[in-house]
Design a protein around this ligand. Sequence first.
Ligand SMILES: Cc1cc2nc3c(=O)[nH]c(=O)nc-3n(C[C@H](O)[C@H](O)[C@H](O)COP(=O)(O)O)c2cc1C
Length: 302
Amino acid sequence: MDDVTDKVFREIIAQIAKPDVMFTEFTSAEALSSEGREKIAHKLSYTENQRHVVAQIWGADPESFKKAAMYIKEQGLDGIDINLGCPEKSIMKRGSGAASINNKELVEKLIDAVREGAPKLPLSIKTRLDKTQDLTKEWISFLLSKNINALTLHARTARDLSKVPANWEEIGKAVELRNKLNPEVTIIGNGDVRSYEEIIEKHKVYGVDGVMIGRGILHNPWLFEKGAVSQSHGTKEYMELLIKHTKLFNDTWGKTKSFEVMKKFFKVYIKDFRGANELRQQLMGTKSYEEFCEVINNRALR
Ligand SMILES: Cc1cc2nc3c(=O)[nH]c(=O)nc-3n(C[C@H](O)[C@H](O)[C@H](O)COP(=O)(O)O)c2cc1C
């Protein structure tokens, strides 16, 4: 997730309750294959502890995809994911993300280009539903006919954004298509899953091989803790995690990333206790790591 699943947040999650696979923020294939690559290459940085880490790329230029794939392979990431689902206007305007849904000619070229650049790396596609059920069937069938290892389906259309409930019935249909057309492809369902129990339920009910979690991790950073019943984590643990995350953010990015990006996470950790709103507001008013520490230390002294 853009500005969320950076190296630092992935590390925090890897240390407390690690999923099988983590995906980088989406990264422009064109930028990755350009001379100015260093400006965005940090999006693909990772630690050994985070494996398996898959690099997600977006774009619409096959030559850039090939070069980006070569770079990703050199960097030692575990796989490449092509974003064919982002509904942001700035991305779609360039014919990328969700704008490439059912653009078979282009998508075939993008897949071939990645295969050429990194023949042995696992390749997955992340996409959404098309406008109608028939078009979705056609789109998923097309993707399943290609040389891909996994397919993640976010069960909403681009127009839905994230405003309507995810349509898991359509994910179930994609699993059936996979069983018929290409049993080798792993199907990952995505949309509205908020707990480990729900992951298991989606596997049982819809037959998916895996579930991708987006916003759920922001509701419960311990979501991937394995167990039949979610464990609860108290305020002390949440506060400790906030402090650890913010320190790691500062140590890793220093002045290269705005502190505003870190502030987006405050609501993840500061919630459900008396005085949470007041503390959160105070921290939202800080402009640097130093100011953050001052507020936290003053609170500890009280
Ligand atoms: C802040 C934010 C950033 C996102 N960035 C990306 C991205 O870079 N690549 C991507 O494939 N999906 C991205 N998504 C979409 C999620 O991966 C996911 O498909 C969507 O949120 C639905 O899943 P959920 O209900 O589990 O959140 C983003 C979502 C959010 C909320």
